[in-house]
Design a protein around this ligand. Structure first.
Ligand code: NOJ
Length: 751
């Protein structure tokens, strides 16, 4: 009896609640009942309007299409004025007044630019990374945007691929942590807030494994490798609640990702439980014609049936969707599902309540490039820098010495903000030179030394796409002679060299990844002066630096550090800040060694100096020049022995691991303590080590701290040959160190 009363009360409450406030499902169902097939297909259309393109421009008459209800969202339009104009069309001129989504590639900051993602990842600082995403969402939303096409979480082991700069390097564990931090940062805990936006994890999937590092190229790998090594960061983003996901350009098992039903429906939606919006990459549907998957209508059919919801730029769904449904090639249920996912994204943002929620001139003035964000940009740039070499404590510099700053990037601002900094204004970036002048007055020597690039073909290619690389009137010989003369007057040379920003990013693969040849010539000439050389690098990928490593006294990797790169570099060079970054991607010795990554397999013939028939190169060691996790500090750290509270664990308990770390140098400094595990015997071969945990800690000079970790069976699981995720009993090696190469180790056993 009581149960019955309770039940009827609950039903009444439910009816009341729904009478007042329909649920998202009810709201959308009702709206969709009023939509024509054409209007539903219109929601699936995402044209580009405005400032930037990364492919052919197919989007025409977008304003007319919006008025007809043939557009679900646009991208590349921002600023309150521009966004309001288009949102007005949707709200005031369409039958159903469905608001538009506004997307953009807010990749490493929106207006205030942070280091390129590869640089940011070298900070190994999840709190910092999250704060940069919060700041980016704050600025983007104040500029009318409600959707970013970020984070890119593609695992990459091939630094020839230009897009390594947009990701977090080679490691699935670190990559997963970063994916989660970024999603949480962009989306916050409430998407309805006017300063949180939809994140879009990309590119699903495996885009970073393109053959030979050539962009958009074929990908082919075993499922076991996918599951263990490439898929974890996408999964981590899904688990963190990412609202949208972008398909990749590459094929997977012979089927382009955008038409891959196994990938988009079986794995992503069914196995992982992703219920958000699936958008294609730029014209990825149309590109399947060139892949050899059929004509435009056919590839539209394939992608809808694979599970795609929204078509970026291609306009295939609005062109062919209706006849595909009429001919029974695509079910109306499939279109409804896609339309629902898009409407849900709008609902979650609160756009049905207030389509103008992200359009505020006031917020635009107060949020963009405010002092907090500028300070964050500097903090992020400092934390991303990796000290690769520092022989005889060459760094930090003594400001009383005569120092010559030489190189095409000393006074440069254009390159500091890197690629994918669409809304960033490089004129607001601060160069190294102006930071030095602000801090020290006009006391240092300067010479440009060479152009950023002398190769006319490369320069033309880059300049055709906004590279803005200029050549001086002086000849290369004159420029070098002047630089040498300047260097001779100094006690120490700081050479600031690297890539042009357009040499990494999309469609920017390189077959040789050294410094441009003319810069190498300059460096050799400087070396001949006999003065000590500090090499400050700016680049968007690991470079091959063997000669530089052998001949420079110190090397500081600063990536493309963003708006505040100059002041950050000046602080690090003069010891106001101590570098603490650790590489998230190995630096190869030469291009022939690629791919080289730390979590490799052992082979049946691991390298042995005394044996001929072992796995090796005749000309170089197997190890990279600088390994994953590597990075020096102005101080030095020593590690004690690892202690375990027990030597065996079961599926039910945990091992407590601790190690003492001492700062025994003469500066306060931050260290990233890294824990790796090797499964010694398995039913399948296992990597020689895998990162399982890390902790960052600040140590004052002379200070010792105890760091502890807790390892459970979860950390020992992997996908076996049947793609079952399980741990296998047996012996494990546990390693701890300040990089992936120099580690202390102990053994334990899983019973
Ligand atoms: C193509 C790129 O692959 C993708 O990362 C980007 O988000 C889109 N273009 C939109 O600009």
């Amino acid at each position: 009896m009581i149960r019955r009363i309770l039940l009827s009360c609950m039903v009444l409450i439910a009816i009341n609640a729904s009478a007042q406030q329909p649920t998202m499902d009810q709201f959308i169902t009702k709206l969709m009942q009023r939509m024509t097939l054409e209007e539903k297909l219109g929601q699936l259309n995402l044209p580009s309007v405005g400032f930037d393109v990364t492919g052919p421009i197919l989007s025409e008459d977008v304003e007319e299409k919006i008025k007809k209800g043939l557009v679900g969202g646009v991208f590349n339009t921002f600023t309150p004025v521009a966004v309001r104009k288009l949102q007005d069309l949707a709200i005031k001129e369409t039958r159903l007044k469905i608001p538009l989504l506004f997307g953009y590639d807010v990749v490493h900051g929106h207006r205030t630019i942070f280091p390129v993602p590869l640089g940011l990842s070298a900070g190994w600082d999840m709190d910092l990374i999250k704060r940069t995403a919060i700041a980016a969402a704050d600025e983007a939303s104040a500029d009318g945007l409600n959707w970013t096409f970020s984070p890119m979480v593609d695992i990459a082991r091939d630094p020839r691929w230009g897009r390594v700069s947009e990701g977090s390097g080679e490691d699935p564990y670190l990559g997963s942590q970063i994916a989660k931090a970024m999603v949480q940062g962009y989306q916050g805990d409430d998407l309805r807030k006017n300063n949180t936006i939809l994140a879009c994890v990309k590119h699903f999937a495996l885009y970073g494994a393109s053959e030979a590092g050539r962009d958009y190229n074929t990908v082919d790998m075993s499922r076991i490798r996918m599951y263990n090594e490439y898929l974890p960061p996408y999964k981590a983003a899904v688990d963190a609640g990412v609202a949208t996901i972008m398909t990749s350009f590459n094929e997977i098992e012979g089927i382009p990702a955008t038409a891959n039903k196994w990938l988009l429906t079986e794995l992503l939606q069914k196995q992982w439980g992703f219920h958000g919006l699936i958008v294609t990459d730029y014209t990825a549907i149309n590109e399947m014609i060139a892949h050899g998957m059929g004509d435009e209508k056919k590839v539209g059919e394939l992608s809808l049936n694979a599970g795609v919801d929204m078509d970026m730029v291609g306009e295939v769904f609005i062109k062919h969707g209706a006849s595909l449904v009429k001919e029974g090639k695509v079910s109306i249920a499939q279109i409804d599902k896609a339309c629902r996912r898009i409407l849900e994204a709008k609902y979650k943002l609160g756009l049905f309540e207030d389509p103008y929620r992200y359009i505020s001139e006031e917020r635009n003035k107060s949020a963009i490039m405010n002092t907090d964000k500028i300070a964050l940009s500097k903090e992020a740039a400092i934390k991303s820098m990796v000290l690769l070499k520092n022989q005889s404590q060459t760094l930090p510099l003594d400001a009383t010495k005569k120092i010559a700053f030489i190189g095409p990037l000393v006074k440069d601002r254009r390159n500091l903000i890197g690629s994918w900094s669409g809304a960033g204004d490089y004129k607001k970036a601060v160069s190294i030179w102006s930071a030095l002048e602000q801090q020290n007055g006009h006391k240092f020597l300067y010479a440009k030394g060479c152009n950023l690039i002398d190769d006319p073909a490369l320069r033309k290619r880059l300049n055709d796409h906004d590279g803005q690389i200029q050549a001086e009137a002086a000849s290369p010989e004159q420029m070098i002679a002047e630089a040498v003369q300047t260097a001779q007057q100094s006690e120490i040379i700081v050479a600031v060299l690297g890539e042009a920003f357009g040499m990494s990013g999309e469609a920017a693969s390189r077959s040789m990844i050294g410094l441009p040849e003319n810069q190498q010539t300059l460096l050799r000439a400087l070396k001949a002066t006999g003065k000590p050389i500090v090499l400050v690098l700016m680049n968007g990928r690991p470079l091959t630096l063997q000669w530089e490593n052998d001949n420079c006294d110190a090397i500081l990797e600063t990536w493309f550090g963003g708006t505040q790169a100059g002041p950050a570099i000046a602080d690090v060079l003069f010891g106001k800040a101590n570098p603490s970054g650790k590489l998230s991607m190995s630096f190869p010795r030469n291009t022939g060694q690629i791919p080289v990554y730390y979590n490799a397999k052992n082979t049946g013939r691991p390298f042995d100096e005394n044996q001929k028939y072992t796995s090796k190169y005749l000309d170089i060691p197997n190890t990279p020049l600088y390994p994953f996790g590597y990075g020096l500090s102005y101080t030095s750290f020593t590690y004690g022995e690892i202690s375990l509270d027990k030597k065996t664990i079961t599926a039910k308990d945990k091992i407590q691991v601790s190690v003492s770390v001492t700062n025994n140098g003469s500066y306060d400094g931050e260290e990233t303590v890294q824990l790796y595990i090797r499964d010694l015997v398995g039913t399948v071969t296992r990597p020689v080590k895998e990162l399982k945990a890390f902790k960052k800690l600040m140590l004052k000079k002379g200070e010792t701290k105890e760091v502890s970790f807790s390892i459970s069976v979860e950390d020992l699981k992997f996908y076996n040959n049947e793609l079952k995720y399980a741990a296998e009993p047996g012996k494990f090696k546990l390693m701890i160190g300040g990089n992936s190469k120099e580690v202390k180790e102990v053994e334990f056993e899983l019973k």
